[in-house]
Design a protein around this ligand. Structure first.
Ligand code: IPE
Ligand code: IPE
Ligand code: MG
Length: 249
């Protein structure tokens, strides 16, 4: 039986976030270069994007490159940038055929002109697509995002356009890169690591966490649906005593 049948189509999470980890270890285990692992990882991105669209997930956020990843060897960083540009170009039919709007969150100013141009083109071309938002976290870290929000809020307060008593959770949400979407319902990390690595720290306050032992290139539709089905069994109480799920005791 496919895990797709185990997925309750009436309870699809609106936002799934994914830490795509394990490309390097996958490659190493096969005697391949780390870059071959990243290339294989792109295939998984395509598979999971289609799978998410198929079950009607509205927002899919993928952690593709962290602020800290700039500290990797120059060759790996350059090769990843090249792969990103190629991908944005090659995946355009997938985005257009499936009504997928591309979004980017992160400090994109630091990318080279070729990467920025490819990103802008993909953002523009897909801007009218409205079935699913595919959100790429690129040069992203939650602390960068929170520092930026604090600075913007301070500037507004200094300019007199924001009163300190109006600084609340909604105000902070509006200053985050993720302001256009709800918080993740489900956060999945592959590769067996059980940590957050500076991803969406504010937004995951009440997300359900799911850790898969599988390296990202080996993660597939079945494993994705299995994670969604597992999420659907969770009892999300949000600090209250009653379950959000009326089907559970
Ligand atoms: C995730 O795979 C992709 C990026 C962070 C760009 P890794 O490259 O982190 O793979 P491992 O964790 O070394 O196996
Ligand atoms: C997290 O993976 C970042 C991305 C998946 C883009 P890392 O491989 O960079 O994280 P650590 O080093 O294991 O925490
Ligand atoms: Mg890693």
């Amino acid at each position: 039986m496919s895990f797709l049948q185990a997925v309750n189509m009436d309870k699809i999470p609106s936002h799934v976030a994914l830490i795509m980890d394990g490309n390097g270890r996958w490659a190493q285990a096969q005697g391949k270069s780390r870059m071959e692992g990243h290339v294989a990882g792109v295939e998984t991105v395509r598979r999971i994007t289609k799978a998410a669209r198929r079950i009607g997930i509205r927002y899919l956020t993928l952690y593709a490159f962290s602020t800290e990843n700039w500290g990797r060897p120059q060759e790996e960083v350059s090769a990843l940038m090249g792969l990103l540009v190629k991908c944005l170009h090659n995946e355009m039919p997938l985005f257009m055929e499936n009504g997928i709007r591309l979004r980017v969150i992160g400090q994109t100013e630091v990318f080279g002109p070729d990467v920025r141009a490819a990103m802008q083109e993909a953002l523009d071309k897909t801007a009218a697509n409205d079935k699913m938002d595919l959100v790429l976290a690129l040069s992203y870290s939650a602390r960068w995002e929170l520092v930026r929000a604090a600075r913007q809020i301070a500037e507004e307060a200094k300019a007199g356009t924001l009163a300190p008593e109006n600084i609340n959770a909604d105000c902070i949400n509006r200053h985050l890169a993720t302001a256009f979407m709800p918080d993740p319902d489900l956060l999945i990390r592959t590769s067996g690591e059980q940590r957050i690595s500076n991803f969406l720290l504010w937004q995951i306050a009440y997300s359900e966490l799911y850790f898969s032992p599988v390296y990202w290139p080996d993660f597939d539709e079945e494993k994705f649906y299995e994670a969604v089905a597992d999420f659907q069994q969770r009892d999300r109480r949000f600090g209250k005593i009653h379950s959000e799920n009326p089907h559970k005791a």
